[in-house]
Design a protein around this ligand. Structure first.
Ligand SMILES: [Zn+2]
Length: 351
């Protein structure tokens, strides 16, 4: 082999060995195989050679050229693999077996209780309805047997809007719409109206450990032929036992006045925080007022387009916020709206 070719081949081999990146390899390729590269430059010396030597020399240069081309291609592949591996090594790969690094989100205790109630009522054949937070005076009061200037309006300090509408003070504000939605099925097909409608309510009340200006209720109604107080008591007992996972839970009914029911009751449950001993949450009575309820007033059914002589029904307004306090032992209602995430985030499991 020609000496200069032999030297260049060795020089090339050393240079190739020193290359460690794709960029350096590209430079090397241009340096040796480019139009002005070292291997091409060898051919410029051929002029001095005899035709016989030219033939051999040309052939050897071509062999070197082929050798260098192959060696560079091989190195290219190896470097590319190595660089890919480096990139992969640099990425922190997701490991499905590891616990999550970020803090987990969680549902608000009121949401958990609301969903549990919805679940229980669904199994009892109730439809779950949604309703607006801004309602008319008719929806919130007049259709519920509370005409203007009725003293019952003083029971709730209402947020009125400039346009005459108001922030609903009770989920009962949806009752009239629910009756109108389902009355045709009731009258024409004999289908009992069974619906619950959870929602946020607002009253301009002074706040303390068990009163807030914003709270959640779940209203429920059942209207049909021969619906009685027995149906009311059964439904409430079943629901509360399920929600509290406590079939020995104590409840009591006291007579109560609510303009939209007759007769009306207050349903109390034994305080789940103090176990009936008395604490600030139950105003030291051992009982917590949970749920006004009663048989729907004939005037309310009439406003909903239902003949009270033919149909009867019961209604209840479950305090979801209070229920959440009871279920989870939250001592101060204001904690629930405080945005104290550390306190609220512990309710990750509805068990
Ligand atoms: Zn108590």
């Amino acid at each position: 082999m020609n000496e200069s070719i032999c030297n260049l081949r060795e020089q090339f081999n050393d240079a190739l060995l020193a290359v460690s990146t794709l960029a350096d390899l590209e430079t090397l390729k241009v340096e040796y195989l480019g139009k002005k590269g070292l291997i091409t430059a060898l051919l410029k010396n051929m002029g001095k050679l005899s035709p016989e030597e030219k033939k051999t020399f040309g052939s050897e240069v071509n062999t070197l050229k082929g050798y260098a081309t192959d060696a560079i291609a091989e190195k290219f592949e190896a470097l590319q693999k190595a660089e890919l591996q480096r990139e992969l090594d640099a990425v922190e790969l997701f490991d499905i077996s590891l616990p999550p690094v970020l803090d987990r989100g969680s549902y608000h205790p009121v949401t958990l209780v609301q969903r549990r109630c919805e679940e229980v009522f669904r199994t009892m054949g109730f439809a779950v309805e949604d309703y607006s937070e801004i309602v008319t005076d008719y929806e919130c009061f007049e259709s519920l047997n509370i005409p203007p200037f009725h003293p019952a309006r003083d029971m709730q300090d209402t947020y009125y809007l400039d346009n005459g509408q108001l922030l609903k003070t009770q989920t009962s504000a949806a009752q009239n719409a629910i009756y109108k939605k389902y009355r045709d099925a009731l009258i024409n097909e004999g289908k009992t109206i069974k619906a619950v409608f959870p929602g946020r309510c607002f009253r301009n009340e002074a706040t303390d450990a068990c009163h807030e200006n914003t709270f959640f209720q779940m209203e429920g109604v059942m209207v049909g032929k021969d619906i009685s107080i027995a149906n009311l008591i059964y439904s409430m007992k079943t629901m509360l036992s399920e929600v509290f996972d406590n079939y020995g839970l104590k409840v009591r009914l006291r007579p109560g006045f609510f303009p939209f029911v007759e007769p009306g009751f207050e349903l109390d449950i034994s305080c789940q925080i103090c176990g009936g001993e008395g604490c600030p949450s139950c105003k030291h009575s051992g009982w917590l007022e949970l749920c006004p309820c009663g048989m729907i007033h004939p005037n309310v059914l009439r406003e909903g387009g239902i003949d009270p002589d033919e149909y009867t029904g019961f209604a209840f307004g479950l305090g979801l916020t209070r229920l959440a306090m009871m279920k989870y032992g939250v001592k101060d209602i204001r904690d629930l709206n405080s945005g104290a995430l550390t306190a609220m985030s512990q309710f990750t499991d509805d068990k």
